[in-house]
Design a protein around this ligand. Structure first.
Ligand code: ADP
Ligand code: ASP
Ligand code: MG
Length: 450
């Protein structure tokens, strides 16, 4: 097999038939592309999540189901109502209706994943049909036969070894012969039950497939021509970055640059697979190459923002000169599979930030009552919300002199709730009031990146 490319298209890229046609042009323009990974059409996953939560009354439910059917129907209509694809899509819409009703009686995470996965199942069926109509040899593949995960519905972890075997067995023999179209975001546990990888997980799926199949490159096609110095929706002067290192891009993704799911670069780094990010609406506009090493490594590269952060402060007099307290706290958090972002300590208290952006596919909050009760047995717990995490990304930041003064000068008009600096040469993070976050990102960009 020649070196080949995995191309992933996000929700807006497959929002309708015209957008899907742009994707087909991109796929056909690069003969190395053998595997295509798709998200659900724009808006579909949100509609499915709302149905899976089971809280809508009948009227609201029907309205959501109607919107879903309209999105699929409009694509089918542009494709000339092909009989086989129409039957499959209508079958899936019927399944969604049944599961949505079931969710009103009893919500459970397994049902939610089965329901939410239908978005990707539909978009891939429609895109395969579109390619076949354009005379391309293309085959639909169920990603649940390729990605083996644990049974943590809503944010499953992938079994890399098992998935590699499944991908190699099912796909490697086909890749030279036909284009394969599969779903991002979904997998299955050892019992064949559908799981999802967390919101935005299709980028991660594409990288996992590339790793499992030893691909040479990964392309992430989205609605912006590359990774920008910050979210271009937030700062109009943000500019695309032509080339960025794995480490910098991974920090950006971790700290909120939605353009890449936080885990995307892990498989790429493990196999040293370069990743391209570009716009499916405007492929000529170029994009960003993410690689192990880059020509330039500026001190300040980008600013990322993650909203809806939670600050948990744990206060206990027993902590004073004692040992084992933090181990107990982290033990509780680990049992509930909560990951901590930033941490600061004082003599008798510890502050931790948690990501509360609902990265679980089913929208469940990370900090449940059970965790709070367990922590409460150990110490006094204070939870603050309404915060945002701003991360300045760059290179050698912990070695260079004057970084602090430039950054703090830019932050002079704002209250900083917490700072993390020094653990990585690539970032400096602040916790700030969410209401000021946009202004802070704009100010940092203006003073350090413009
Ligand atoms: P897709 O549906 O293709 O996966 P997403 O909406 O998940 O697309 O990600 C693309 C969006 O990420 C952009 O529209 C942009 O608003 C946002 N974004 C946030 N930070 C950045 C950044 N630094 N560079 C580019 N886009 C960013
Ligand atoms: N469709 C899923 C979501 O909206 C996965 C993805 O788009 O990457 O989160
Ligand atoms: Mg995305």
């Amino acid at each position: 097999m020649n070196p080949f490319n995995v191309a992933k298209f996000g929700g807006t890229s497959v929002a309708n038939a015209a957008a899907m046609n742009n994707c087909a042009n991109i796929v056909l323009a690069n003969p190395a592309t053998r595997l295509v990974v798709l998200s659900a059409s724009s808006g579909v996953t949100n509609l499915l999540v709302a149905l899976a939560q089971g809280e809508l009354d009948e009227g609201e439910r029907e309205a959501q189901l109607g919107k879903l059917a309209d999105i699929q129907q409009s694509i089918l209509q542009d494709l000339g109502q092909p009989s086989e694809a129409s039957a499959i899509i209508h079958g899936l819409l019927g399944d969604i209706r049944k599961m949505a009703l079931q969710a009103t009686q009893q919500t459970d995470a397994e049902l939610a994943d089965r329901l939410i996965a239908c978005g990707e199942l539909m978009s891939t069926r429609l895109f395969t049909e579109l390619l076949c109509q354009r005379g391309v040899k293309a085959q639909w593949q169920d990603a649940r036969q390729l990605l083996r995960t644990d049974s943590r519905f809503g944010k499953a972890s992938v079994d890399l070894g098992a998935s590699r075997v499944l991908c190699q067995q099912a796909l490697a023999p086909l890749l030279g012969d036909t284009l394969i179209i599969t779903q991002g975001f979904i997998g299955a546990d050892g019992d064949g039950r559908t799981t999802t990888l967390g919101r935005g997980g299709s980028d991660y799926s594409a990288a996992l497939f590339a790793e499992a199949l030893d691909a040479a490159t990964i392309e992430i096609w989205t609605d912006v021509p590359g990774i920008y110095t910050t979210d271009p929706r937030l700062v109009t002067r943000a500019r695309p970055i032509p080339e960025i290192s794995f480490s910098e891009a991974a920090e950006m993704a971790t700290f909120g640059a939605k353009v890449l799911h936080p885990s995307t670069l892990q498989p790429a780094v493990r196999r040293d697979i370069p990743v391209f990010v570009g716009s499916s609406k405007d492929p000529q506009a170029g994009g960003t190459w993410i690689r192990a090493s880059t020509q330039s490594s500026p001190l300040f590269r980008a600013v990322a923002l993650r909203r809806q952060q939670v600050l948990v402060t744990l206060h206990s007099l027993n902590m004073f000169h004692a040992y084992g307290f933090l181990a107990e706290v982290f033990g509780i958090l680990a049992r509930h599979r909560i990951s901590v972002d930033l941490i600061t300590t004082s003599e008798v208290s510890v502050s931790l930030t948690l990501d509360h952006t609902g990265s679980q596919s089913n929208g469940e909050p990370v900090l449940g009552d059970k965790v709070l009760a367990e922590l409460g047995q150990l110490c006094k717990v204070n939870v603050e919300t309404g915060l945002a995490l701003v991360a300045l990304i760059g290179n050698r930041m912990s070695e260079a002199t004057g970084v602090g003064s430039r950054v703090f000068d830019a932050m002079r008009d704002h209250n900083i709730r917490m700072i993390c600096y020094g653990a990585s040469a690539h970032n400096l993070c602040f916790l700030v009031n969410e209401g000021e976050a946009n202004q802070i990102v704009n100010r940092l960009h203006q003073e350090l990146l413009d």
